[in-house]
Design a protein around this ligand. Structure first.
Ligand SMILES: [Zn+2]
Length: 433
């Protein structure tokens, strides 16, 4: 895409001036930003770094290559070659911008010989001091894979609405060249705490509370608050402030446990501004206890709901019988088809289950002016019929799965022909009362 705004034009100009990776940086990327693996074939291990092969029995997690002395993670495989694509990020400041440059590191290890590398810059995230950002990237092939970049095409400005997602690349290593002074002032040193650089920079530049958390050393908590969209939730912010005030240790692994616990505490109506609750001595124990209490509370509520429903159903069942009793003895028939009124809730349930429709689920028995009947032939259910008792009209007649049975026309005619009977019953008994 061609740059159209002043901001994009500035980025394109600055991007052209960025220096390529130095030999030392390439060395560092090869050392720290990729997996060092050994291919284990059952009897032998092949070092993917130098290609050295040696005899070994038993699969261990890690082993040191006797030739190049690299510590290798062993991979059980049948093949003798391997290849992988990984990403390294280089952070550098450029005037009022902080750039995160993504380098695609593809390594391959052929059948004979050691590793070969191809390193290309594929994406640049430019974040300005006011939090605004511009993406520069190489074009991509139409593919599901995130790393299908056209490496022979130059980088250009990208403005697709979902770029935040499509240019999120998983990275293995970070090299810091320089940091923008504003970001430094706002607490950033070099650790990304598992976040994408532009996400973190944007938070540090635009959210004062993010800056406070980060400066206090709670980068992983910030990451989780952002991920769960709770950065503006007063309860979570208050609980995080208590954590900071008490210097409560929260490691990367603890953060989601702590989050679950706070969510449960809120559900239990506990005070999350109280350090007794949000800074427990044993986080795992406190988390499990809160989870158990929430489980019990939900079970209690479900039991109460069931009881309440039962009460309502009983009331509805009584009211249904009271309203419809006068039709219970009615039998509409032409000798073949027999149509009778459903007499209680159990019959509605059976009808709904047998006919695969919603007569029971949608509580037709609770509709005050609806007469529901079952049309059968030799005892076999054919259709369920609904008559409007206010206008004495046939509302619907539905077979299995709401489709028409082969008796549909006959059933409709039969009901319409006997509508006077329903009308009579309705009037006569009303008058008797
Ligand atoms: Zn080696």
């Amino acid at each position: 895409m061609k740059p159209t705004t002043k901001m994009e034009q500035e980025v394109v100009e600055l991007s052209a001036k960025l220096t390529p990776l130095t030999t030392a940086e390439i060395k560092r990327i090869k050392r720290t930003s990729v997996e060092h693996s050994g291919l284990y074939t059952g009897k032998r291990v092949k070092c993917t770094e130098c290609g050295h092969v040696w005899q070994q029995t038993g699969l261990r997690k890690q082993v040191r290559c006797p030739h190049c002395k690299t510590l290798l993670t062993l991979r059980a495989t049948k093949g003798k070659k391997a290849k992988e694509v990984e990403y390294a990020i280089v952070l550098q400041s450029c005037r009022s911008w902080q750039v995160a440059r993504y380098f695609r590191v593809k390594w391959s290890c052929p059948v004979d010989g050691g590793r070969q590398y191809e390193i290309f810059e594929v994406v640049q995230h430019w974040t300005r001091n006011d939090g605004k950002h511009v993406i520069m990237a190489r074009p991509r092939f139409m593919s599901f894979y995130v790393d299908s970049f056209c490496l022979d095409k130059p980088m250009s400005v990208k403005r697709c609405s979902s770029y935040r997602f499509s240019y999120r690349l998983p990275y293995c290593g970070v090299i810091v060249r320089s940091i923008n002074p504003i970001l430094k002032r706002n607490g950033f040193k070099y650790g990304l705490h598992g976040m994408q650089p532009f996400d973190l920079f944007n938070l540090l530049l635009t959210e004062p509370f993010a800056e406070t958390l980060f400066k206090a050393g709670y980068g992983y908590l910030l990451r989780q608050l952002d991920y769960e969209s709770k950065l503006h939730d007063e309860n979570y912010v208050a609980a995080s402030k208590i954590v900071m005030r008490n210097h409560y240790p929260l490691s990367r692994g603890d953060v989601d446990l702590w989050f679950d616990m706070v969510r449960d505490l809120l559900e239990l109506g506990k005070d999350v501004r109280n350090s007794h609750f949000v800074c427990p001595a044993d986080l795992k124990k406190a988390h499990d206890r809160a989870a158990l209490l929430v489980k019990r509370k939900r079970e209690r509520e479900a039991a109460e709901r069931r009881l309440e429903q039962l009460r309502k159903d009983k009331k509805l069942a009584r009211s249904y019988v009271r309203r419809m009793k006068k039709y219970f003895d009615m039998k509409i028939t032409d000798g073949n088809i027999v149509i009778c009124v459903l007499k209680n809730l159990a019959e509605f349930e059976e009808e709904g289950a047998a006919m695969h429709h919603c007569v029971f689920a949608n509580k037709y028995y609770a509709k005050p002016n609806s007469l529901v009947m079952s049309a059968r032939v030799r005892g076999k259910r054919q259709e369920t019929v609904e008559v409007n008792l206010k206008r004495f009209e046939l509302v619907q007649s539905r077979g299995v799965n709401n489709s028409n049975s082969k008796y549909h026309e006959e059933i409709v005619q039969l009901v319409n022909a006997n509508m006077f009977l329903i009308q009579q019953l309705s009037r006569s008994r009303r008058n008797v009362k």
